[in-house]
Design a protein around this ligand. Structure first.
Ligand code: NAD
Ligand code: UDP
Length: 348
């Protein structure tokens, strides 16, 4: 694994890792990434393969896409398994990144019972595997743990304000139960855990029909369709570019065993949804107009991570600001839409 620093730098926009992170990355491992064909998972698989690891991507393709991982087949160490994490699996691995779960509200609400099963049974299955093989496990938890937060910005010590029976509960409560399972396996069975609360992350490889706000606005703007703001657009989110988040995930996994989390990863720059719409219109040069639609039930009013723990323990902070990240994401969707237009014209 020579030139690892260069490989990682090339992939993640000149990020330079400290020696302690590199040392852990340099030991070749067998790594299971659940949800590896999704938006975040595919970026993670790519980075781990480039660092020389063997990567098994297990995905049920409910929201993941084959084209996200097609280019990874060139790596000898890459294996793709069509598998639903709700069912147990037996794989001898050194590390597990548990990302399997639809993340977009319309997708996780489409089959809410399966979403809860994915969060709870899926995580349980991964923890049993971690306990059996002594594997370190990373859990993709979420800012939704905080629900509609009454503390702002959100610190890890805040217990949250979550509805147990609303349409978002399958995801929020599922992910909360998953955190409980991780800490109980850690205490009762000494499993090494890393629990990360991811805040709204965006970037290339999101689906055009993902349904989350950044992809919706960009696709609408590029197609000249109305931009749909839910509510009056005064609710806030803090948007993290994917490269920054993957950098944080790698750092967490390489940190000492004593750092279990929960730990927030996200970009603390906070925007209203109205401001996001304006930025997308400006950057795309679109003539789309903004329309207002009803606010979904239990939509959080505000969200911003307190990242002091990640800054202190990992030396991590996001580097890509919203306009730079949006520009890259717009480029991705522009290419995708041009390609599908071309394919449609060929069929016609
Ligand atoms: P995504 O929907 O693009 O990816 C999820 C992947 O998991 C998909 O490939 C999907 O097919 C797969 N999957 C879903 N259910 C599965 C199951 N039962 N068995 C196997 N595979 C399954 O979403 P994403 O944005 O890449 O999110 C990845 C993880 O990160 C999720 O666990 C999500 O909860 C968490 N997360 C993401 C964000 C974000 O802003 N992107 C924020 C907080 C948490
Ligand atoms: N949103 C919006 N228009 C859209 C999609 C989402 O105004 O087309 C709003 C949504 O109501 C929420 C915010 O944007 O207030 C972020 O939504 P997203 O689904 O991306 O993430 P989450 O609500 O899970 O943070």
């Amino acid at each position: 694994m020579t030139n690892l620093k260069n490989v990682l730098s090339g992939n993640l926009e000149k990020l330079i890792y400290e020696d302690s992170v590199l040392q852990r990355l340099e030991i070749q491992k067998r790594i299971l990434v659940t949800g590896g064909a999704g938006f975040l998972g595919s970026h993670l698989c790519e980075l781990l393969l480039e660092a020389g690891h063997q990567v098994i991507c297990a995905d049920n393709f409910s929201t993941g896409m084959r084209q996200n991982v097609e280019h990874l087949k060139r790596f000898d160490g890459f294996r793709l398994i069509v598998h639903d994490v709700v069912e147990p699996i037996d794989l001898d691995v050194d590390e597990i990144y548990n990302l399997a779960c639809p993340a977009s509200p319309p997708h996780y609400q489409a089959d809410p019972i399966h979403t809860t099963k994915t969060c709870v049974l899926g995580t349980l299955n991964m923890l049993e595997l971690a306990a059996r093989y002594g594997a370190r496990i990373f859990q993709a938890s979420t800012s939704e743990i905080y629900g509609d937060p009454q503390i702002h910005p959100q610190v890890e010590s805040y217990w949250g304000n979550v509805n147990t029976f609303g349409p978002r509960s399958c995801y929020d409560e599922g992910k909360r139960c998953a955190e409980t399972l991780l800490f109980d396996f850690h205490r009762a069975r000494q499993v090494e855990i890393k629990v990360v609360r991811i805040f709204n992350t965006y970037g290339p490889r999101m689906r055009p029909d993902d349904g989350r706000v950044v992809s919706n606005f960009i696709v609408q703007a590029l197609k000249g369709e109305d931009i749909t703001i839910y509510g009056n657009g005064s609710q806030t989110r803090s948007f993290c570019f994917v490269d920054d988040l993957i950098d944080g995930i790698i750092r967490v996994m390489a940190s000492p065993a004593s750092l279990t989390g929960p730990i927030n990863l996200g970009n603390p720059a906070e925007f209203t949804i109205g401001e996001l719409a304006e930025q997308v219109i400006e950057l795309t040069g679109s003539r789309s107009k903004i329309v207002y639609r009803p606010l979904p039930v239990d939509d959080p009013r505000q969200r911003r991570p307190d990242i002091s723990l990640a800054e202190r323990e990992l030396g991590w902070r996001p580097r890509v600001d919203l306009s730079a990240g949006l520009a890259q994401t717009i480029g991705h969707f522009d290419a995708l839409l041009t390609q599908s237009d071309r394919e449609l014209m060929e069929v016609a």
